[in-house]
Design a protein around this ligand. Structure first.
Ligand code: NAI
Length: 318
């Protein structure tokens, strides 16, 4: 397979002044793309503002013979980021929504400000940048978008109610944009990366840090953003040179007689094992869309229970 390149493609990487974003910017530039290096230059918790972070990365790319321009706006001004790409390079093909900050606090101590700021940077910021480019992508019938989620969003994490909720919302935004973009050759995927950066270094065992370089995430992002990829609507965990895809699984569940006098908490309790069971004897189903739930079939089975009460254990509660 020939080496994958991005000649004539224009990539916008948000939060590209350090960590993962910097690794993406250097990766795409080294393979022929023109890169918009966006970074607001804030602290880990979102304070301050500096042009230095983006400038350093642009300098590194240009010194290596690549093409890059800096943008210092917040992702919340998504249209300005997209304008920078269009003015500097005349087009935009790929967006890596990567910028992020943390305001970790237990839920009881979390303020509205902690909540709003995290939602604003991660969720609204990715929305604003992507929305600003959407018509361009539709018209040119080409677009590649990466959303950045987190394992904290997929599984939940103590002290990260604001961050985890924003991060899983990004995966959901990605699922929907993949559907809406399909007929325009706009592909959208979500990654939950793990990498040593200023965001994570202090919570990772030092001996792991060399194995968790941000560069060990770029291979997956690179493929998902290439012309040759058809993958869309995916959610991947990636880090340390490993990548895996996630999907939903659901138990087969239990159909109750469609009657509120019998579909009671007590009936649910007595069928709890059946509702929750996922075993080799009762393997899970893997729904991929809303249409994968056979509501017509379920209603038929519920009717059968109604017409043949002997099959249902849910007798009216007294
Ligand atoms: P980082 O802190 O090294 O880089 C984030 C960059 O985003 C910074 O340079 C910062 O100035 C910039 N930024 C922050 N707010 C901005 C805004 N409003 N507009 C423009 N730029 C802004 O962090 P890291 O580790 O590289 O994280 C990158 C992304 O990956 C983040 O979305 C993070 O939540 C996510 N992530 C990282 C993980 C990791 O293990 N490093 C784990 C899970 C998710």
């Amino acid at each position: 397979m020939p080496d994958i390149r991005y000649d004539d493609r224009v990539v916008l990487v948000t939060g590209a002044g350090g960590g993962l974003g910097k690794a993406y910017a250097l990766f795409f530039a080294s393979r022929g793309a023109a890169v918009v290096v966006n970074d607001l230059g804030v602290s880990r918790s979102g304070d301050g503002h500096s042009s230095k972070a983006a400038d350093v990365v642009v300098d590194e790319i240009v010194r290596a013979g690549g093409k890059a321009v800096a943008n210092y706006d917040s992702v919340n001004d998504g249209d300005r980021l997209v304008d920078t790409a269009l003015k500097a390079f005349g087009r935009l093909d790929i967006i890596i929504n990567n910028a992020g900050i943390l305001r970790d606090k237990s839920f009881s101590r979390m303020t509205d400000q902690d909540w709003d700021l995290i939602q604003e940077v991660h969720l609204r910021g990715s929305y604003k940048v992507t929305k600003a480019a959407w018509e361009t992508f539709r018209k040119q019938k080409y677009g590649r978008i990466i959303m950045t989620a987190s394992a904290a969003g997929i599984y939940g994490n103590y002290g990260q109610a604001n961050y985890s909720s924003a991060k899983l919302a990004l995966a959901s935004l990605g699922f929907t944009l993949a559907r809406e973009g399909a007929k325009y050759n706009i592909l959208c995927n979500t990654i939950a990366p793990v990498a040593a950066s200023r965001m994570t270094e202090s919570v990772m065992p030092p001996e792991f840090l060399p194995a968790l370089k941000p560069e060990f995430v770029t291979g997956l992002v690179g493929l998902l953003c290439h012309d040759s990829s058809n993958e869309s609507g995916g959610l991947f965990e990636v880090g340390a040179g490993w990548a895996g895809k996630l999907r939903w699984e659901r138990s087969q569940g239990r159909v109750f007689k469609a009657d509120p006098t019998t579909f009671t908490p007590t009936a649910v309790a007595s069928a709890w094992e059946e509702i929750t069971e996922i075993t080799p004897a009762k393997p899970p189903v893997y729904p991929e869309s809303m249409a994968d739930t056979d509501w017509v079939g379920l209603l038929e089975r519920a009717k059968e229970q109604t017409s043949n009460p002997s099959t249902g254990s849910n007798k009216p509660e007294v």
